[in-house]
Ligand binder design. Sequence first.
Ligand code: SF4
Length: 404
Amino acid sequence: MTELIGEEQLYYRKGFGLKQEVAGDLAHAYHSDLVERIVAAGHRLDVEGMTIRLAQEFGNCYGVDRAVQYAYETRQRFPDRRLFLTGELIHNPHVNKEMLANGIGFLTGSYAEDVSYEDLTEEDVVLLPAFGAPTDVMRKLRDIGCVLVDTTCGSVLLVWKTVERFAQDGYTAIIHGKYYHEETQATASRALEYADGAYLVVRDLEEAGLVTDFVRHGGDATALRERFVNATSPGFDFEVDLERVGIANQTTMLMRETEAVAEMFRSAMIDSYGEADLDDHYRALDTICSATQERQDAVEELLLTPPQLMIVLGGYNSSNTNNLTEICQAVVPTYHIDDSSCIEGPNSIRHKPVDQDEETRTEEWLPPGPIEIGMTAGASTPNNKVGETIERLLACRGQTMPVS
Ligand code: SF4
């Protein structure tokens, strides 16, 4: 969509055709020769005493590559304008710091400084992140009249369409996701674009169980209202809004968990309304993105021949990275790190356990003797960070990357 006011185009979502112009900066900030060599060698590196196996799919996805490229193109296209992100471009600390280094400010979140939405003018340029932005934020920015560069991933847009269709047809969107995640907030807001639109976000099987028990047996909804106060649309009525539901999800959830959530709702609807009328009460569309799925499949394949331990690299607030960690730790000791510097040496590593919010430190994490380490990286992790991590692992055994 293009909006023209006077001579100025105010909305861009296909970049600026400056791919070649920014290629050098992108390579400088994110490329890794070392990773390319390991990939070319079959995703495997053998040095004395250490084997590293990289998952077949890892690191930056197409949506992240596109968002980062558009951010650099935007900087080139508007060198003299103030440029802001509504929040983190993607959940990766290195990439967000690179944004700051390129003079791109943040309007919200931990990287924000002293400029907020109220300070924006029509002279400013605002980037919308790969997760998208809620409809109220979009309206606010359009009212200001600043230039918008929308990097929302196409896979996220597909989820929005699904949720909008549910709302249009009178189905409450049940979103399997984290209610506080930017993508889920943006997705949920789409349900409210229609008169009777409603949504409920369920985090996991336990929450899905609470809701489906209510679908089957009814009862007092007070406890549910309290539990889901931040995860439901305004005025959500558990007695009425659960009669017709459509299942969607945050694109980066665990596929098998989304399938289980969908099945719980499907069977609750059959129990309540009968199989013959299921279509009037239940819909489901698979909205896991292919990049997330491929990374989950690849790490499961790697674990078929389990290494002694796994390193999972990616932002601590990255949903898909946390899910990769969950898959790995069910099989072998797993360390989710957000930067190579977390590997402090063979005797100490900082990492975030999947069930905790804070980083912790583990001593004696690297067993002595020959070792095989598996590695993957979340969909918002650039290759240079993967390469740095591999170098750190090698250094733990006094090794460096062999000359090819
Ligand atoms: S993880 Fe999927 S939805 Fe998110 S940016 Fe990447 S490709 Fe798009």
